[in-house]
Design a binder for this molecule. Structure first.
Ligand code: HEC
Ligand code: HEC
Ligand code: HEC
Ligand code: HEC
Ligand code: HEC
Ligand code: HEC
Ligand code: HEC
Ligand code: HEC
Length: 413
């Protein structure tokens, strides 16, 4: 009797199992006939767990976070007295006195933006989201002001939204998911996700794989956010209307020094501001040769341990993987010890504090660049900055190094 009972259960289980594993045919036409929408990373996770897992370790996934459900997203104590004390130190630069600046209470903070260099806090006012006028700089552990005079006239969705969240609808002021998620780089995923696993080719055709696009269009995906400028269609800071695979230029116009932006660029068009890597890179020989962001950075490399800034390898190794031979004159001859990045990607741009992030033009800035225009920094003075070091002298010595050494020894007979 007992045995019969067991057998019945097993049989029932088997019927259930078989019933479920026979996939009901999915009507491909019906799927691709419906409007394409954003589905969110939780859906992608069901089939691409390893990509999801590795993306979760990157800062893209943590850019904008829900501080209500996850208070740990706030990296510092929100203590009004400390904040005002720091703001008071900046009194002569403030447009609102330090004791009058709006400082949000912990329970007013809805979202956090950033965590690495700096953190800003989003609050709600009359149904819209705004960036509150305080900023925490992580490396220097200090509070600074941020648009204290007009913070409640700068809606987050318009100014920042599309670069910090995924599936942002500019008109409805909504977003599908916080942070830079799968569909920010792969496009709307509803068709792809709904198709059965067996429809491999249809699946491939319904999602953007950046590796299969032409170089220019592919790198513009990164360029849609690692860029600074304005939307071409509406008044917004991000490329409203752009989607991975499209031509960025139709939706976004980058800023430039020649165009009047002296705040975010140096006179030689090297970046002074952050999120401008694409602007730098476009000027480089790497851009012309097809060395793109993903030649040096991973976004979700399966099995890759997290490195600083998601580089494929650390320091000079990154460069030496392609540049096996570097000429032995110029600055190279005398600095064999130094890191390529130190001279070729000097930290001349600012995220939280001046000089925290790297140039992406890959060209060293020479003493003569600073001699020509004192506002342009150089790659050399991070080391050569002793009190009495004369830049003109360094320039002269460098120019001697730049001459190829003449062969020495007696001529061959
Ligand atoms: C139901 C399972 C399933 C879901 C859900 C799913 N995928 Fe896929 N995905 C697949 C399969 C199967 C392939 C084809 C694998 C192959 O090319 O061999 C694929 C391929 C891809 C490719 C490569 C396409 C190519 O041309 O090489 C990308 C990119 C991708 N998926 C991204 C996503 C993203 C982003 C999401 C979430 C929006 C997602 N997938 C959701 C199953 C899924
Ligand atoms: C910041 C942009 C970005 C984000 C975010 C992103 N991807 Fe990708 N993905 C890429 C690029 C670029 C490639 C092309 C491969 C490469 O160059 O590394 C790619 C390739 C893929 C592929 C094809 C197989 C492969 O590894 O080459 C799959 C599948 C995929 N991504 C899934 C996902 C899923 C799932 C998520 C979210 C959990 C995600 N991606 C988030 C940029 C992104
Ligand atoms: C939707 C906007 C968006 C897109 C598209 C995008 N990024 Fe980003 N990226 C960001 C933001 C925002 C951050 C800052 C995240 C943070 O600090 O929390 C970031 C950070 C990074 C970082 C720095 C990570 C670190 O540890 O410091 C790298 C490297 C990077 N992105 C590379 C890429 C590459 C390569 C692509 C294209 C394949 C790409 N991004 C596409 C918005 C984007
Ligand atoms: C065109 C896209 C774009 C726009 C618009 C934009 N950002 Fe960003 N932001 C980025 C990218 C990309 C990064 C990471 C790379 C970098 O900082 O160089 C970043 C980084 C940040 C960080 C630092 C993250 C960290 O971990 O330290 C903060 C904070 C931030 N942005 C706030 C804002 C705010 C607030 C706005 C709107 C007023 C805004 N951003 C507008 C693309 C953008
Ligand atoms: C030739 C290699 C190379 C290329 C190409 C490249 N990067 Fe980088 N990137 C680096 C290195 C090296 C760092 C510094 C790593 C470190 O901090 O140790 C870096 C740092 C960054 C950072 C962190 C902020 C900073 O400057 O410290 C971001 C964001 C970034 N890169 C985005 C991009 C984007 C977007 C592109 C394409 C437009 C790109 N990179 C192209 C090598 C490269
Ligand atoms: C994926 C391969 C690759 C990587 C990685 C790479 N480069 Fe290059 N680089 C090239 C190619 C290709 C060229 C163009 C051919 C040439 O001039 O040798 C180039 C050119 C250059 C030039 C010459 C620029 C000019 O205007 O003459 C400099 C400088 C340079 N790279 C520096 C670096 C540095 C620094 C790194 C590491 C952060 C690096 N590269 C990483 C492939 C690479
Ligand atoms: C002390 C600073 C310094 C360091 C360190 C350095 N470079 Fe250079 N590099 C220069 C200067 C200066 C030039 C010449 C730039 C010019 O003429 O405008 C140069 C030129 C180059 C060029 C252009 C082509 C050539 O050979 O002249 C490449 C490629 C290059 N460097 C790669 C590297 C790589 C790879 C490393 C790391 C192994 C490295 N550099 C380390 C300063 C440096
Ligand atoms: C990482 C630190 C570092 C950077 C960056 C650096 N240098 Fe140097 N440099 C040194 C050191 C240390 C010496 C002394 C080496 C010795 O005496 O053997 C030196 C020596 C020199 C010398 C010969 C010694 C002298 O002063 O008479 C010249 C010329 C020179 N550097 C030029 C440059 C130029 C030009 C750049 C920028 C493109 C540069 N350096 C960037 C550290 C650096």
């Amino acid at each position: 009797m007992k045995r019969w009972f067991h057998a019945a259960w097993i049989l029932m289980g088997l019927v259930f199992f078989v019933g479920c594993s026979v996939e009901s045919p999915v009507d491909i036409k019906a799927v691709t006939g419906s409007p394409k929408t954003f589905v969110g990373s939780d859906t992608c996770k069901m089939c691409h767990l390893e990509h999801y897992d590795s993306w979760k370790m990157t800062l893209h996934s943590r850019m904008t976070q829900d501080a209500v459900n996850n208070p740990d997203a706030i990296i510092v104590e929100i203590d009004e007295a400390t904040i005002r004390k720091d703001l008071a130190k900046l009194e002569d630069q403030l447009k609102v006195p330090s004791d009058k600046i709006y400082v949000p209470k912990l329970d007013e903070i809805r979202l956090t933006i950033g965590s690495q260099w700096k953190q800003r806090y989003i609050v709600e006012k009359e149904g819209s989201l705004y960036i509150s006028p305080i900023q925490y700089n992580a490396d220097t552990h200090r509070w600074v002001n941020y648009h204290e005079e007009d913070w409640d006239k700068r809606p987050w969705v318009d100014k920042c939204g599309g670069c910090h969240a995924t599936g942002v609808d500019f008109d409805a002021k909504t977003y599908r998911e916080l942070g830079v998620s799968c569909e920010a780089c792969h496009g709307k995923g509803s068709w792809h996700a709904a198709l059965p696993k067996t429809a491999v080719f249809e699946k491939r055709q319904t999602i953007v794989n950046p590796a299969k696009l032409t170089m220019g269009v592919s790198v513009q995906i990164c360029g849609s956010c690692h860029n600074r400028g304005k939307a071409t269609k509406v008044n917004a800071g991000w490329p409203v209307g752009y989607a991975p695979g499209k031509a960025l230029g139709a939706f976004y116009e980058s800023t430039s020094y020649a165009g009047g932006d002296t705040k975010h660029l140096y006179a030689n068009e090297f970046s002074k501001g952050h999120h401008q890597q694409y602007i730098d890179w476009e000027q480089s020989k790497h851009a012309r040769e097809g060395v793109t962001c993903t030649s040096c950075h991973y976004v979700h490399q399966v099995g890759m341990p997290p490195t600083r800034s998601q580089t494929l390898s650390a320091g000079s190794k990154q460069c030496l993987s392609c540049h096996e031979v570097v000429n032995s004159n110029k600055a190279h001859s005398i600095h064999s010890f130094a890191n390529c990045v130190g001279c070729h990607m000097p930290r001349i741009a600012k995220s939280a504090e001046s000089g925290d992030i790297h140039s992406h033009v890959f060209l060293p800035l020479l003493p003569e660049d600073t001699l020509k225009n004192p506002k342009v920094p150089n790659s050399c003075q991070t080391c050569h900055q002793h009190k009495n070091q004369d830049l003109k002298e360094l320039d002269k010595k460098y120019k001697q190094l730049a001459v190829l050494p003449k062969p020495t020894g007696s001529p061959v007979r």
